[in-house]
Ligand binder design. Structure first.
Ligand SMILES: [Zn+2]
Length: 231
């Protein structure tokens, strides 16, 4: 399902009547693309003459990068509408998902049989559908037992990961690539720990077709040819 502005507007009106007694005025709506958030509420904070502050000019923006099913999208927009309700009524909560947020969320979930939650975690299926273009630095490892494994890390960590990998006793040899293929979005990036994933060589070769090889020269990694981010 692809999110559009008119769809967000339509869902907002529907849930405003159903779950919020029509008490919400229409904010501005927007779309964004990101990896970690499903939606967000934006506003301006203004100071009164007496030093207290209040919030105004609200907008609700939803992430259009994910291909979600309708029910999940609806729960995500209700989540943002609860934030919007709290902030536009100038209610002070104990934290961003504090006592007020949780009690409204639990109330809506039980009354309307919804599954609004606080941490929306991408399922493997969502990640497969993710279309955002990210730069991935991929280490392909041939293991001594014949398996093929990959690990992915941020550009800034390539050298560190390369040093760790070269000392792994079960790795026969390793090669590095840079790829923008969204296929690799599904793998967790190695930060503090290495996350290694088994993969077949056919599948890997297919997805690395446009990748650029990285070659280690001393303490730097050099790309074999120019790395071009796809538009
Ligand atoms: Zn939230």
């Amino acid at each position: 399902m692809t999110v559009t502005l008119s769809y967000i507007e339509q869902k907002f009106d529907e849930f405003n009547q159903l779950c919020f007694n029509g008490e919400l005025s229409r904010p501005r709506f927007g779309l964004f693309k990101a990896r970690n958030a499903m939606g967000r509420v934006k506003c301006y904070k203004e100071k009164r003459a007496d030093g207290t502050s209040f919030y105004k000019q609200f907008s609700i923006e939803m992430n259009r990068a994910y291909d979600l099913n309708e029910q999940v999208f609806e729960d995500c927009i209700i989540h943002e509408m609860i934030h919007y309700y709290i902030i536009s009524h100038q209610i002070q909560d104990t934290s961003p998902h504090g006592k007020v947020f949780r009690s409204m969320m639990n109330d809506i979930n039980s009354r309307f049989d919804r599954h609004v939650n606080i941490n929306y975690k991408m399922t493997a299926d969502d990640l497969k559908h993710e279309r955002v273009i990210h730069e991935h630095c991929i280490c392909v490892m041939h293991m001594k037992d014949g398996r093929m494994t990959l690990a992915i890390c941020a550009k800034s960590r390539v050298l560190r990961c390369a040093i760790i990998i070269q000392d792994l006793p079960n790795v026969a040899d390793s090669q590095w690539f840079v790829s923008f293929n969204p296929f690799f979005n599904r793998f967790m990036h190695s930060t503090k720990y290495l996350h290694m994933y088994d993969i077949s060589s056919e599948e890997l070769n297919r997805h690395l077709a446009d990748a650029v090889k990285l070659i280690r020269k001393g303490n730097i990694m050099i790309a074999e040819k120019e790395i071009r981010r796809p538009k």
